[in-house]
Write a protein that binds this ligand. Sequence first.
Ligand code: OSB
Ligand code: MG
Length: 367
Amino acid sequence: MKLSSITLKVIKAPLKQPFKTHLETVNDREVIIVEAKDEDGLIGYGEAVPFSSPWYTEETIKTCFHMLEDFLIPLTLASKPRNPGELQSLWSGIRRNAMAKSALEQAILDLYAKQQEIYLGRMFGGERSEVAAGVVIASNDVEDAMRQIEAFSQSGYQRYKIKIDPRHDLEFLSQIRGAYPDIPLMADANSAYTLNDIPHLQKLDKYNLMMIEQPLGHDDIVEHSRLQKQLQTPICLDESINSFHDANSALALGSCGVINIKMAKVGGWTEAVKIHDLCVEHDVPVWCGGMIEFGISRAHNIALATLKGFTIAGDISSSSRYWEEDIIVPEVVVEKGMIQVPEIAGIGVSINEKRLKALTTYSETYR
Ligand code: OSB
Ligand code: MG
């Protein structure tokens, strides 16, 4: 691949509005941009999306930077990979740290697809020319949530996801369903409940939700299988799915009816596609999760969602959902609930260098 250098850029920007869950309120977002450059000056881009603190995954911006700088990048530059297929076995001695691996794999895959002059989604067999968009409403104020639904419905989003917890659920959903009886609605609990809440969770069945995401423990698979047997609403697992092995266990135990695939959380494209293929084989629908990300991660997600198993609208929204200005051109736009897939080599978008530079707080290049 003639890899010549890898650059890391830590960037930071405020969200347009706070993102509130029972676990954390996110006001500012930091990510690490990974640039993989070849000898001809072609650049592939990846985005590492842990948070600044470990509230959602154990990785943080600092641990991710450390893993990339001290282990993954030196190993990768020294091995002079001929193609991205060599990376997984090269990195197999480094346990977990999925988000660090995902971002570096993304950058090298984008570079490789640019060298091969092929759109990344097509390289993995994705056939869709547009992908369905969904949006997340993360507010604990029901009036505010309904104002957001009203505003987002102008873009025709095909799935609305509400964050819930034991203090914001039945009454919250009842008001939203009252105002919007027919919208495709789901709820994400981010592990806010336990098996003691089964009678309470059964009351959610009447709101005709597409699914309930991660009601129980973030690292649980067995208890979800017990809960699923007592709920009509399909369970979707998010936090519990960190690998192909997790997905395989969840399907074997009947712990869910749907899987949210986040490529960052499972270690990148290779593992995400393996989980996708398993779900297709088992006839379990999947959708592409989101991480409140900038445009590079968004572009990778769009490419992933072109694969045939992604039959449900993902947490892939427009750039303007979170940002005054994104770091890519063109920005991601949602029209009539769809995002057009770019037929351009790699991730199919260019970098807004001026914006990227303005947001960069720290940068380092490795050769
Ligand atoms: O649980 O799906 C989640 C964002 C950050 C961390 C966890 C989650 C989320 C989302 C996706 O809900 C939001 C988005 O990227 O639009
Ligand atoms: Mg979730």
